[in-house]
Write a protein that binds this ligand. Sequence first.
Ligand code: FAD
Ligand code: UDP
Length: 400
Amino acid sequence: DETAAQMEALIAEASIERRAVQPLGKKPHYDVLVVGAGFAGSVMAERLARDAGKKVLVVDRRPHIAGNAYDLPNEDGILYHLYGPHIFHTNSEEIFAYLSRFTKWRPYEHRVRAQVGDKLVPMPINRTTLNMLYGLDLKTDEEAEAFLESRAEPVDEIRTSADVVVSKVGRELYETFFQGYTRKQWGMDPSELDKSVTSRVPTRTSTDDRYFTDQFQAMPLDGFTRMFENMLDHPNIELRLGADFDQVRREVTYDKLVFTGPIDEYFGYRYGKLPYRSLQFRHEMIDTEVFQPVAVVNYPAEDTPYTRITEYKYLTGQTAPKTSITYEYPSAEGDPYYPIPRPENQALFKRYEALALAEPDVVFVGRLATYRYYNMDQVVGQALATYRRMKADEDERREA
Ligand code: FAD
Ligand code: UDP
C-alpha cells in the first residue's frame, strides 16, 4: 500500500545518503560493536564507552532501546510495558548502586494474588492463602508448617518443577497453583521442567504477601526506557535502531563484538534451534480507575487462556480516571522471551557454548546469548562481570 511504498522510498533514500558520505571502500570503524540494546548490551556499552573510553556502536533490530524492559506512555499518558510487566528487585548493593547512576527510584514492593474459584488469594502461598482456601484459622508459622507437612508428599530425588512443589505442599495445592499455570506458560507439564523454574516461587508460613523478599525493591522513577536513555547517553556511544546485526556487520568494521541475541541464531542454528518460549500480550485501556486490587493477578486454572493480568498504576504510582492493563498469553511462536530450562536444552546450549568459547574477539552476554532464565539484576551482574573480565584480558595483553 501507499504508506509501505513511502517507507521503502525513505529507507532507500537514507541508505543512498549513507553510502554517499562514505568514501568508497572505507567502512566506519568502531572499537566494539554491541548487538542488542537491552540490559546486557546497554550495560556493556556504557562500561566500554565511559570506563574504557572505547568507541562503541550499539545496534538493535527493534526500533527502540531497553530490550524486553521497554516501557512507554500510552495515548492517555499511562506508562505500560510493551513486553510484559518488569519489576525490579535485587539483593546486590553493587547492582543497585550501579543502576542508581542512571535513574532515581520509586520504592515499590510487588504483590500478587491468584484467582482460585471466586477467591483472590495471596501468591506465593502463605498462611493467609491456606486460611482463605481451607476456611482455617492458622495463627502461627508453626501451625502453618504443620499443616503443609501433613499434605506434603515425600519425593526421593527432587529433580523437576513438579517435585519441588509436591514435596513441599502436596498434590492438591500443586495442582491448584502450579500445574495449570505451568502447562500454559511453558506448553509442558512441570514434571518435564527443571526444578529451577517453580523454585523461583517460595512457599511461606508467615503472612508476608510480597512476591519478592529482596533487599532492594524499586521501580525506575521515570520508567526503564528513560533509565536506558541515560545509560546510553555518551559521546562514545552511537546507536542504530531497527538494524539487524547481519546487515550492520557488512557496513562497519570493529575489533570486538558483544553479542546479546540468541546464541543459536549467531551460529546459524548449526546444531538446530534452541527452544525459547514466547508470549502474546493484549494491552488494554479500561475506563475505570482501579481494575484489580494488586499489580498482578495470576490465573492458574488451565482453562483460562492467559496466565496473568497486570495493572500498571501500581508499579508507576500514576493516578488517572482510566487504567492500563496487560494480559499475557503464552505461545510457541513469536519473539524468544524465555529459555526453557530442561536437561536436553541445556545440553544443546553447551554445544553452542563450546563454539562461543572458541570464537575470538566475541563475548556472549545476557538471557538469550547465555540461555539462562535470568532476572534483570542478574543480567546486569553478568554484564558487569563480563566487562571486568574483558578489561583484565586487555590489560594482560598490553603488559605482555
Ligand atoms: P533482551 O532484553 O532480550 O535484549 C536483547 C536485545 O537484542 C533485544 O532488544 C533484541 O531485539 C536484540 N537483538 C537480538 N538479536 C539481534 C540481532 N541479530 N540484531 C540486532 N538486534 C538483536 N526480570 C526481572 O528482573 N523482573 C521482572 O519482573 C521481569 N519480568 C519479565 C517479564 C517478561 C514477560 C519477560 C519476557 C521477562 C521478564 N524479566 C524480568 C526478565 C528480563 O526481561 C530480562 O532479564 C532482561 O530484559 C534481559 O536482558 P537482555 O539484554 O539479556 O535481553
Ligand atoms: N508459577 C506457577 N503459578 C504461579 C506463579 C508461578 O505455576 O502462580 C510457576 C510457573 O511455572 C512460572 C514459574 O513458576 O513460569 C516462575 O514464576 P515467575 O512469576 O517467577 O515467572 P516470570 O515472572 O519469570 O514469568
